[in-house]
Ligand binder design. Structure first.
Ligand code: NAD
Ligand code: UFG
Length: 339
């Protein structure tokens, strides 16, 4: 069974390719390498012993995308990770974000429809919930007005898949990720932030290894037990495994609706200070940090109700916060050796 993974050399995509291969799927990747490196294909092969197919295609290019599908009609399902994902940058460059994320999805769905490829798993985000009224947040919670063009591309993309599925054979599984962190246990693949990281965990590991001087903790006056913001961090390999389950479910015709939606998190919330504490414990490194102003646009607290994913998919995140921080630290150390 051949699966197309768009964005397959990226952070979550590469971990998912490994899990797919280790579960017997043949994988072909499309990526334009705008936020990843071709060496990731070698690194995937180092882990699994199998080289995935790779096509350097920009999915915003309609002709090249259709041409790919014409030549690969035997694809059983598509996992669509390819997107631009920096929230702050999306505010500065809205047209780039709408163009990249929306045109890519449209071209992909058109290519799928024309070639009778009907299964798509889509990378969505808990950002669609904004600050939920009730916690933990379920899939039935209302979608809140997006706070950034990036968040809006996720909401619009979910709607595009819903609308397309209602008039075609396309079926979708929309996976709303909470905060993916960590790296593969081999430390051969992981997150490769370009420039100064926006996200908490790469900033922590880069500070601890000496690339950054100090971590700024964005605000300690939230209404949370220690005043810092709370998120539901999930190990990237647990997240990757959920994609294998989702693809299996589609291929085996187990979906109960044309479009299904699942939260992917652990169900536990951790504050920024708790994440730092876990990092210091597993690494033995004292982190240099200080409390700074809140970051504009940040929500206070969010964590997932994962009951639906656990019961319906038969999937559950297994790794705890210490496992996540240790794997992120091992990866940072492996990167140091390559620098
Ligand atoms: P990433 O940047 O590491 O991977 C995305 C990949 O897509 C990159 O390799 C990039 O080169 C490629 N790409 C981008 N635009 C493309 C295009 N037009 N054509 C072909 N390839 C293109 O990001 P990631 O963290 O692995 O995220 C994967 C998906 O998950 C994204 O859709 C992202 O929005 C979503 N997501 C990520 C997070 C997170 O915190 N990492 C949270 C929620 C949702
Ligand atoms: N934080 C700091 N200092 C930093 C970086 C982050 O204190 O230097 C804090 C943030 O304020 C937040 C928490 O750490 O409270 C997590 O921040 P991240 O930037 O790592 O993650 P976000 O929850 O802000 O956003 C992430 C992705 C988005 C996605 C969202 C929901 O970056 O793309 O999860 O899925 F939309």
């Amino acid at each position: 069974m051949k699966i197309l993974v768009t964005g397959g050399t990226g952070y979550i995509g590469s971990h998912t390719v490994v899990e797919l291969q280790q579960n017997g799927y043949e994988v072909v990747i499309i990526d334009n390498l705008s936020n990843s490196y071709i060496e990731v294909v070698d690194n995937i092969e180092k882990i699994t012993g199998i080289r995935p197919g790779f096509h350097k295609i920009d999915l915003t290019e309609k002709e090249k995308t259709s041409d790919f599908f014409r030549k690969n009609k035997d694809i059983a399902g598509v996992i669509h990770f390819a997107a631009l994902k920096a929230v702050g940058e999306s505010v500065e460059k809205p047209l780039e974000y709408y163009h990249n994320n929306i045109s890519s999805l449209i071209n992909l769905l058109q290519g799928m429809k024309e070639n009778n490829i009907n299964n798509i798993v889509f990378s969505s985000s808990c950002t669609v919930y904004g600050q939920p009224d009730e916690l933990p947040v379920t899939e039935k919670a209302p979608i809140k007005k997006a706070l950034s063009p990036y968040g809006n591309t996720k909401q619009i993309s979910e709607q595009i898949i819903e609308n397309t599925s209602s008039v075609s054979n396309i079926r979708g599984i929309l996976l709303r990720y909470f905060n993916p962190i960590g790296a593969h246990k081999t430390a051969i693949i992981g997150e490769l932030p370009i420039g100064v990281p926006n996200n908490l965990v790469p900033f922590i590991t880069q500070t601890a290894i000496g690339i950054r001087e100090q971590l700024g903790v964005f605000g300690d006056d939230y209404t949370t037990p220690d005043g810092t913001a709370i998120r539901d961090y999930i190990h990237v390999v647990d997240l990757a495994k959920a994609h294998v389950v989702a693809i299996d479910r589609m291929i085996k015709n187990k979906c109960k609706k044309k479009v299904e939606i699942f939260n992917l998190g652990t169900g536990d919330g951790f504050s920024v200070l708790e994440v730092i504490k876990s990092f210091e414990k597993v690494s033995g490194v004292k982190l240099n940090y200080r409390i700074v102003e809140r970051r504009a646009g940040d929500i206070e607290k969010v964590w997932a109700n994962t009951t639906f994913a656990n019961e319906e998919l038969g999937w559950k995140a297994e790794k705890n916060i210490d496992d996540m921080m240790l794997s992120a630290w091992n990866w940072e150390n492996a990167l140091k050796d390559k620098r």
